[in-house]
Design a protein around this ligand. Structure first.
Ligand SMILES: [Zn+2]
Ligand SMILES: [Zn+2]
Length: 349
């Protein structure tokens, strides 16, 4: 199938229109016309080759919603016209212990990512959602409820699942006390999801300008991390902290905010952090943990959870040809919440 997307041809290049072919349908494949794709901060890292594993040309995008336009002969759960979604993965071995219990992101053979990853069968590098069409095996296609607004659903596929998974792993429920650091794409979803689970949510921010925004998102409390007294008053007040900060920073000031046995989960930054003081960890069984997106069953669960609780990411819609400006704004930290590309603005030929 001929299609078109936007690709970068090197770490320095802007994205430009790129014509390419999607593979012929395998028996278990679903062909999707992409309607909307969210822009994730990791797209920027991949485009700039920050993790030194980028292949070009690169078509980024792993927050994808669209409509089924064709199915292979063995596809059971989807038919033409269905609203569907694709997240960060498009394949895995489907046989190892991790795949068996629905944590395909930790597949022992390595997951196949939606873009910049070799296809398990033909070895070609995968191209993502900054494009008009995508072909994905049925097991990695998610169903989107009619209750979700397709225009605003795409960021659930990365920002949503990334924050939903640790909230579930740490069994957040009615009365849990959850802290959220950062109020960007991930942070604002963490606030909404934790609130819907019945938690008392405290946003931790260093900018006074975010206080009103946090309240607007549903936060019960906001603590300014630059205010020493406020930080001291908040000691031992949280069971779980979801840390969405995407750049290197100091975790130490946040550890005393955890109650005995509490955990701070890193979901934003990948790489070294400042030297950690183990004092609050040992004297209180406090821990630091990490979390990577979520498996396919849980990704379906977060989509259904958002539909049930009417949770939509806060989105700003752009045209495909505005992508380079959007990425520059994201790089400068000028984007509140999530940018979504309207794929109808990309001509098919
Ligand atoms: Zn992402
Ligand atoms: Zn596996």
């Amino acid at each position: 199938m001929k299609t078109v997307g936007y690709a970068a041809h090197s770490a320095q290049d802007d994205l430009t229109p790129f014509h390419f072919e999607r593979r012929d349908l395998r028996d278990n494949d679903v062909a999707i016309e992409i309607l909307y794709t969210g822009i994730c901060h990791s797209d920027l890292h991949q485009l700039r080759n920050d993790w030194e594993m980028s292949e070009y040309p690169m078509v980024p995008g792993h927050e994808i919603v669209g409509k089924v336009i064709d199915v292979g002969k063995d596809v059971k759960n989807y038919k033409v016209g269905d609203n569907v979604a694709v997240g960060c993965m498009v394949d895995s071995c489907q046989e190892c212990d991790q795949c068996e219990h629905g944590e395909e992101q930790f597949c022992r053979e390595g997951m196949t990512q939606t873009y910049n990853s070799p296809d398990r069968i033909n070895g070609k590098i995968t191209y993502g959602g900054y494009s008009k069409h995508i072909v994905v095996r049925e097991e990695f296609v998610l169903s989107v409820s009619d209750k979700l607004d397709m225009k605003r659903a795409a960021p659930i596929l990365c920002a949503g699942i990334t924050t939903f998974a640790p909230l579930r792993d740490f069994e957040v429920e009615e009365g849990s006390r959850v802290g959220v650091i950062g109020l960007g794409g991930l942070g604002h979803m963490a606030v909404k999801l934790a609130k819907a689970m019945g938690a008392k949510v405290t946003v931790l921010t260093h900018s006074e300008g975010k206080v009103d925004k946090a309240k607007e998102m549903g936060a019960d409390d906001v603590v300014l991390s630059t205010d020493e007294d406020a930080m001291e008053n908040a000691a031992n007040s949280l069971d779980l902290i979801i840390n969405t900060v995407p750049v290197k920073h100091d975790l130490n000031p946040y550890m005393p905010l955890l109650d005995v046995g509490g955990t701070l989960v890193v979901v934003g930054q990948v790489g070294p952090v400042d030297e950690l003081n183990t004092m609050p960890m040992v004297f209180g069984n406090r821990g630091v943990s990490g979390s990577l997106i979520g498996g396919i069953p849980r990704t379906q669960e977060v989509l259904d959870f958002c539909a049930e609780h009417d949770i939509h990411p806060k989105c700003e819609m752009i045209r495909m040809d505005e992508i380079n400006d959007a990425l520059k704004r994201l790089e400068k930290g000028e984007v509140a919440h999530r940018i979504v590309i309207d794929m109808s603005t990309l001509e098919a030929d």
